[in-house]
Design a protein around this ligand. Structure first.
Ligand SMILES: O=C(O)CCC(=O)C(=O)O
Length: 269
């Protein structure tokens, strides 16, 4: 899997998420989506963000407030193994960047191609393409995701293009079609975007789960979804992913981050 990820910038992992977890996530997300207005998500950037997300697309996060199956997803062994291999060479630990339901509605046009690492790379453009991997994403099918429904389009090999800001909208892209529980796991460096939904009455139901190195600020403030102590019965990995543990850079050099000085620092790592 890592060879394919490295060569193309992403890989489809069939059956990554067990069926019972997918079914629970599908049921909870579909029920919650009934109360969410299409086009409401704006990435914190008003009109510009709404354009990026799409007028007939439903998005929402804070998934641990909707179903405990989310915590099982965070502990998924296959995704954990891939994320460890890709991110731990560059950090002591990583945390959740986005955990977002992404339902693309009928008639939605294709999303602009982009790189998930644009959040940070745009600040350090001169380092591209030798910039380390800082983020990894998984688009997980909650039901069948076909090209017609708006499967994520990806440009294989674009994680190695020499220029960062080449937005080739006509670039050769391929659809990452998924069965329920399959995941398209991809590098933050690869160009991709949501596909157009060509149907008149069907939704593309998928969930995006991405991680970012612990020394960068995530897109979503996931830690605020839970009170101090609320995640104590969850695994240490889940607590760390959701920002309820501090960042320890070791075995790399650097300092502790995201500290709370109410207890001795060594208790928090
Ligand atoms: O919906 C999709 O398939 C991709 C969405 C995406 O890449 C994003 O919004 O960053």
């Amino acid at each position: 899997m890592l060879e394919a990820f490295d060569a193309d910038g992403g890989v489809i992992v069939e059956g990554m998420v067990p069926r019972d977890t997918v079914d629970e996530l599908f049921g909870a997300a579909t029920a919650y989506a009934e109360g969410v207005k299409p086009g409401a998500a704006d990435q914190g950037m008003g009109e510009e963000g709404r354009f990026f997300v799409g007028a007939n697309t439903i998005r929402f996060s804070s998934l641990g407030r909707i179903t405990p199956a989310y915590f099982d997803l965070l502990d998924n062994e296959v995704y954990a193994t891939l994320a460890d291999a890709v991110l731990l060479p560059n950090c002591g630990s990583y945390w959740v960047n986005t955990a977002q339901v992404m339902f693309i509605g009928p008639g939605e046009s294709a999303q602009v191609l982009h790189r998930d690492a644009d959040n940070w790379f745009q600040h350090v453009e001169p380092t591209w393409p030798d910039t380390p991997e800082v983020t990894i994403s998984a688009m997980i099918g909650l039901e069948e995701v076909t090209e017609e429904l708006g499967a994520t389009r990806v440009v294989p090999g674009s994680h190695r293009w020499p220029e960062l800001n080449v937005y080739e909208f006509d670039a050769e892209s391929v659809p990452a079609e998924l069965a329920p529980g399959d995941a398209f796991v991809y590098s933050g460096k690869v160009l991709h975007g949501g596909g157009a939904n060509l149907t008149v009455d069907r939704w593309r139901r998928a969930l995006h789960l991405s991680f970012v190195v612990g020394w960068l600020t995530p897109e979503e403030a996931n830690a605020l979804d839970y009170k101090p102590g609320e995640l104590d019965d969850r695994s240490p990995r889940v607590q760390r992913l959701l920002g309820h543990r501090s960042y320890d850079p070791r075995p790399h050099v650097g300092g502790g981050l995201w500290l709370r000085h109410v207890r001795p620092i060594e208790d928090q790592a």
